[in-house]
Design a protein around this ligand. Structure first.
Ligand SMILES: Nc1nc(=O)c2c([nH]1)NC[C@@H]1CN(c3ccc(C(=O)N[C@@H](CCC(=O)O)C(=O)O)cc3)C=[N+]21
Length: 285
């Protein structure tokens, strides 16, 4: 058996096209949707990612501003800048690229972002809203995973979903989104005993650990949907996920590739969240 591939690049392109349409509608009302991205320090991966985000934004008609600050920026200065952006009606979304330099308390910094502009969905208020099913921004990576499931018409009601990983950014919000669709959700993590006993029972597995080959063919129920959130490098320096793709794709029914899976969807959902922020902020204007 060979799994169907869920093409994140293709689905992300579709979402970007929708975003472009909504951007055009806002512009017709004289509103320019705008995203401010803050990058502190020189992390090479962050520089690449933020450049991608600016390019994606420009391509879909959003105005993205990348503000770069030195690695020794103080928390007070960063918080002050975020307060200014919170007050600026021309800015609809604010994103502070992670990781931040060690001397800055990332969660504290994120919580200075107005929840109405928290397009990453990392604010504690956004997390709370997701948990209780109130309106608020959903973190882009798990949100993108839900869109991928939706794209194959997958009905989660009563299904067994296993999330491997319990981060605030992916694992926990992913579990909440699956639960809201009536899946029976299990969160596994580094202290889980006998991971395979859980994954073998899963109709859906989301791997979000950040380690290669966390999920291998012998751990997957035939026909299961496998979503790979991992971003790792193999021995040849090539990008790979948490899932042994070659093996698991022989067993699974559906699988997402890396690259070209969840990554592009994460970026697309950031655009969608920013549009949503702009539409909400300017409703009736
Ligand atoms: N405030 C904040 N928000 C984030 O959303 C955020 C962050 N900080 N810090 C870093 C992580 C990582 N992340 C990725 C998004 C897309 C790809 C992506 O598009 N990957 C491509 C490959 C890109 C490549 O070739 O390197 C793919 O999987 O096909 C990767 C990684 C967002 N993050």
């Amino acid at each position: 058996m060979t799994a169907h591939i869920i093409d994140g690049n293709a689905l992300a392109a579709k979402i970007r096209a929708e975003v472009s349409g909504r951007t055009a509608a806002l512009k017709a009302r004289g509103i320019q949707p705008a995203l401010s991205i803050i990058l502190v320090g020189e992390d090479p991966a962050s520089q690449v990612y933020t450049k991608h985000k600016v390019n994606d934004s420009t391509e879909t008609g959003l105005a993205a501003t990348l503000e770069r600050y030195p690695a020794d920026m103080t928390e007070a200065a960063l918080v002050k800048r975020i307060h200014e952006l919170n007050q600026d009606p021309a800015v609809h979304g604010i994103l502070v690229q992670l990781p931040l330099p060690k001397h800055l308390d990332a969660q504290k910094v994120i919580e200075t972002i107005s929840p109405a502009k928290d397009v990453d969905g990392f604010h504690v208020a956004s997390a709370g809203a997701l948990m209780v099913g109130r309106p608020g921004f959903w973190p882009c990576t798990p949100y993108g995973c839900m869109k991928m499931l939706e794209s194959i018409g997958y009905d989660l009601r009563g299904k067994n979903a296993v999330v491997i990983g319990r981060s605030n950014i992916v694992g926990k919000p992913m579990a909440m989104m699956l639960l809201a669709k009536d899946a029976t959700v299990t969160i596994c993590h580094s202290r889980t005993r006998d991971l395979k006993s859980f994954t073998l029972n899963a109709d859906v597995v989301v791997a979000a650990v950040g380690k290669r080959n966390v999920l291998t063919a012998d751990m997957v129920k035939p026909g299961a949907v496998v979503i790979d959130v991992g971003m790792n490098r193999n021995d040849e320096g090539k990008l790979c996920g948490d899932v042994d793709f070659a093996g698991v794709s022989q067993v699974a029914g559906w699988i997402t590739p890396v690259p070209g899976g969840v990554g592009p969807m994460t970026r697309a959902m950031l655009l969608a969240n920013t549009l949503e922020a702009a539409e909400t902020a300017t409703a009736g204007q």
